[in-house]
Ligand binder design. Structure first.
Ligand code: ADP
Length: 292
């Protein structure tokens, strides 16, 4: 289905379905910080998922829809279909396929691991970045393409977050971070092939769908070294070992990857420091110290 660009939720619904179709129930989906989210029940018995925010934030939803479509195009893993984006005077919105949930298959984690590995092996690129800038949480994420992964990770990932965090950092940590970015060439390799990654792959961004398999949501998609996605899965405690074993059967994880994991996650920790403040400072300082 081609995604619609419309100026009201009602007109999106009637264009997507039929002019007679109306929203009959709107249930708030709670628990997230950035957008307001709702499950909409429609008069034709269908359901859709709605995210809303301030009208000036329409670009966040347009970019999210682009990311969802790029992930869907690989066919590697379940991703909800974006159906419409738009804004009226009071809110910007993104309407997407509603994911009905079912109990997890017994091989949920193995399948999830294999499908993420297939995503990472899907044809993409060749340049690192993405067709549009997008967001990580609510922080803008620059995606202007680059032929070098290491330069991309330095110039479009670490440096912009460091700039935002500068005022929160002591002199010693500033020096360490500068040293890390100066010598990034010796800390990170160029990947053997470019990978489209989810970009914000933590457990809160996966849901078990009607097929009992993991579906991924809320991406911050771009072409990268796949290790950046793996690292993110480990940031808040990690996925079960079964996920990584199955992943490794489809896309092998280099033995030296654990040496780089925290460096990739420095990006997310700096972002958390910028979004949520000082609880993340100690980890940022420790990682900067380690790699400087
Ligand atoms: P935010 O951008 O505010 O973080 P998310 O896209 O992560 O919002 O969605 C918030 C929550 O809503 C998710 O954790 C998930 O439980 C639920 N959710 C998100 N997308 C869908 C969907 N397409 N169908 C059903 N539930 C969804």
């Amino acid at each position: 289905m081609t995604m619609l660009s419309v100026n009201s939720i009602d007109s999106a619904i009637s264009t997507l379905f039929d002019p007679s179709v109306k929203v009959v129930d709107r249930q708030r989906v709670s628990g997230r910080d950035i957008n307001r989210a709702y499950k909409l029940a429609l008069s034709n018995g269908e359901r859709v998922f709605l995210k809303c925010n301030r009208p000036d934030l329409l670009g966040i939803f347009t970019a999210e829809a682009d990311g969802l479509n790029a992930l869907r195009a690989t066919g590697a893993i379940g991703v909800p279909e974006p159906l419409a984006v738009g804004a009226d005077n009071s809110e910007a919105f993104l309407i997407m396929e509603y994911l009905e949930s079912a109990p997890r298959r017994t091989d949920y984690w193995e399948t999830f691991g294999r499908e993420i590995a297939m995503l990472h092996r899907a044809k993409c690129g060749p340049r690192f970045g993405f067709s549009t800038d997008n967001h990580i949480g609510s922080t803008p994420q620059q995606n202007a393409p680059s032929g070098s992964w290491v330069s991309f990770f330095r110039d479009r990932r670490l440096l912009p977050q460091m700039k935002l965090a500068w005022g929160l950092l002591d002199e010693h940590t500033r020096r360490n971070l500068t040293r890390v970015t100066d010598r990034l060439d010796s800390l990170l390799p160029e990947p053997a092939f470019p990978s489209l990654i989810h970009g914000d792959l933590w457990s809160g961004n996966a849901l078990c769908g009607h097929d009992g398999k993991a579906w991924v949501l809320d991406p911050a998609t771009y072409v990268a070294h796949f290790e950046a996605d793996l690292a993110m899965t480990e940031l808040f405690g990690g996925f079960p070992e079964r996920f990584y074993r199955a992943y490794n059967e489809v896309n092998s994880i280099d033995r030296s990857y654990p040496n780089r994991r925290d460096l990739y996650n420095l990006y997310h920790l700096l972002n958390h420091l910028n979004l949520f403040g000082l609880p993340y400072l100690a980890e940022v300082k420790a990682i900067a110290e380690h790699y400087a």
